[in-house]
Design a protein around this ligand. Sequence first.
Ligand SMILES: NC(=O)c1ccc[n+]([C@@H]2O[C@H](COP(=O)([O-])OP(=O)(O)OC[C@H]3O[C@@H](n4cnc5c(N)ncnc54)[C@H](OP(=O)(O)O)[C@@H]3O)[C@@H](O)[C@H]2O)c1
Length: 202
Amino acid sequence: MNFAISADGKISSTGKRPSGWTSPADHTRLLALRSTADAILVGKGTLVADRMTMTVPGKTVQPLRCIVTRGGSLDPDLPVFQKPGGAIHLCVTGDRAGEIPGATAHHTTLPAFLGTLATDLGVKHLHCEGGGELVRALAELDAIDEFHLTLAGHTLFGGLSAPTVTGIPSEFLPRSLDFEINHFEPRDGECFLSYRRKPSEG
Ligand SMILES: NC(=O)c1ccc[n+]([C@@H]2O[C@H](COP(=O)([O-])OP(=O)(O)OC[C@H]3O[C@@H](n4cnc5c(N)ncnc54)[C@H](OP(=O)(O)O)[C@@H]3O)[C@@H](O)[C@H]2O)c1
């Protein structure tokens, strides 16, 4: 996972402000983290809000580009479908999505899609860039090994319905997940943090 969070723990505003509110150094870190991945995973909301291309500049072998949706329509004019990059795989968990030329649709559940990535598509390192709704589902599956955060002390979003890393605040996860910190780097009003999942006890 990689997220930027505001000083009040939000990943965006109530109006779903797109990315671009953190420093150039944070963007550089985002690309460095992305460059180590075999595949990038995002929810449809993030793909649309941020108009992502899900590519790594200058990389010869681009990561797979994976998008999770229940089946809402995806606009083929979105930048991700226009810019050359890694193969595009859609995880469609609900009704059938409209066909997108050049994208492979997997009509399946999220855990089954993760299995397909690992076993059929050779993905060892899956890098997720949000959003909160998708991360909430991945946290419920206990499928998160590493969490990279940029704590942006310069921004407060406020708003009850502004999303956090696990979506709009609602019920707690069914159980707590323990992570330990392994990187702490304050700079220019932000702090780059990394956490690794601790093996569950018992
Ligand atoms: N600060 C940061 O680092 C950061 C990172 C990422 C995103 N964001 C921000 O977060 C906002 C977007 O967040 P979002 O709440 O829209 O979250 P999201 O998880 O990106 O998108 C939600 C949509 O993705 C699909 N989806 C997510 N989880 C799913 C699941 N388990 N199964 C099936 N489909 C699933 C659904 O699409 P359908 O409606 O098609 O079913 C759902 O409506 C934007 O403002 C973006 O800029 C910030």
